[in-house]
Design a binder for this molecule. Structure first.
Ligand code: FE2
Length: 444
């Protein structure tokens, strides 16, 4: 049997396939987790390998160390069913296994191989796209989608999700006009595509269009705000638009309503809270007890350090924010130990970006502007290697601007960074703020 995109599947059960299709839609749209649908697919056809691999791959995309054991158990279950599975499903098992072993680059290469044979395999594309994001691979965020997009019929009901991915890849490659057009197209139909809404918000963020950005996200709210696992990140983007307007109270209100321990379940959600509070701190806001609240329920111990260099850097921000210097140093040491001995993708990501960034954040917190600047300035050219988006990694530039503004900072570097920022974003209230912090004359 084939699915509706002509991919061979190892089940003869229409019921099982339908549950898997629903699970796939949930993974692409972020409306509820797909686990119950996958359990239903397994119940409908206990001999089908793919739902077990889907379960593993989905859990891996959450970058949560505590879910690794579940992912590996699902892969073991899948392996027991491999003898009767089509080659494509065994290839998915191999890709997910590489991912589970920490070889994120190898996993993406394996998903790409599946896409060469099955360009409408949305499983492979969805998971590779997310790991392109986690690896900061802008070229493939755009290119991997572009290599299959012409193979999709215009009326495929899941095509808007592909367009959403394409829009985000275009944005991360700096093709803002095309990204906005494709994102708006994907977000305008009947399908709810939060990833497309998000791509357009990224364009507006990179171009300093803070008023438009607020209006866009608020206008799109029916498409992302309720019952969606990605909503926290879009609230974060909305808060960034408030920060660009120097509306710190507005950003704090969004944090209180949508971030923090009451709203975050996963590290992926908590790290947005940490990034927002860090930016608020850089801009001079008093965030009060919010750091302590954010840390509630977040495992900030060094136990799982090294699984994601990006997540570790944000965990360090939370520890610095709560004033727990000893725990921050312990986390740094644990990440360093794993990075030195490990061969996983994240060992290199930590060595190249994560560790110097963590040391820079600690230096900045201690008021050591010279050390913070010496560590942060070179990271501007390499930080994409530890994943995330340009908007997320802008935290590095903002911390550098703040360090340049400190006593012992570098006004000339700060001025140059601000010039670069104005050329990309235009004049914004936040640009004015940094100009004042650097002691530069206001622009007419
Ligand atoms: Fe984003």
């Amino acid at each position: 049997m084939n699915d509706s995109r002509d991919n061979p599947v190892g089940t003869a059960s229409q019921e099982a396939l339908q549950h898997a299709e629903t699970a796939l839609w949930r993974m692409c749209s972020f409306f509820d987790a797909p686990i119950a649908d996958l359990d239903a697919a397994i119940a409908a056809d206990p001999g089908w390998m793919l739902p077990h691999v889907m379960r593993a791959s989905f859990l891996l995309t959450l970058t949560e160390p505590s879910l690794l054991a579940d992912a590996r158990a699902a892969l073991e279950q899948a392996d027991l069913l491999a003898a009767n599975a089509p080659e494509r499903e065994r290839a998915h098992w191999a890709a997910a296994s590489r991912c589970a072993s920490g070889d994120w680059h190898g996993a993406c290469a394996a998903w790409e191989q599946i896409l060469l044979d099955h360009p409408r395999d949305l499983y492979a594309l969805q998971w590779a796209h997310l790991f392109d994001f986690y690896r900061g691979d802008a070229r493939n965020l755009r290119g991997r989608v572009a290599r299959v997009l012409p193979e999709w019929p215009a009326d495929d009901p899941l095509r808007p999700y592909l367009l959403g991915m394409h829009a985000f890849g275009l944005e991360e490659c700096g093709h803002y006009a095309q990204a906005e057009a494709v994102g708006r197209e994907a977000a305008s139909g009947d399908a709810k595509v939060p990833w497309a809404t998000h791509a357009v918000a990224h364009v507006m963020e990179m171009q300093g269009r803070y008023a438009e950005g607020q209006a866009w996200l608020r206008g799109q709210r029916p498409r992302w705000a309720e019952g969606n696992g990605f909503a926290g990140h879009l609230w974060w983007h909305l808060a960034l638009f408030h920060l660009e307007a120097m509306d710190l109270d507005g950003a704090l209100q969004l944090h209180d309503a949508h971030q923090g321990s009451a709203h975050a379940v996963l590290t992926l959600q908590r790290l947005d809270g940490a990034a927002l509070l860090w930016r608020l701190r850089l801009l001079g806001a008093d965030v009060g007890a919010r750091w302590a609240d954010l840390a509630q329920g977040w495992d900030l111990t060094p136990r799982d350090a090294g699984h994601s260099a990006f997540n570790d850097a944000h965990a360090l921000m939370a520890l610095v924010g709560t004033g727990d210097a000893a725990a921050a140093q312990a986390l740094l040491a644990a990440v360093q130990r794993r990075a030195e001995r490990g061969s996983e993708s994240n060992a290199a990501m930590a060595r190249e970006v994560g560790l110097p960034l963590m040391r820079a954040l600690l230096a900045f917190d201690a008021g050591d502007a010279a050390t913070a600047i010496a560590l942060l300035a070179p990271l501007r050219d390499t930080a994409h290697r530890f994943g995330g988006s340009h908007a997320q990694r802008d935290l590095i530039d903002l911390t550098l601007l703040a360090a340049c503004s400190l006593p012992g900072g570098q006004r000339a570097l700060g001025c140059a960074l601000l010039n670069e920022r104005v050329m990309a974003r235009g004049e914004t209230p936040q640009v004015d703020h940094w100009r004042r912090q650097l002691g530069l004359a206001a622009r007419a």
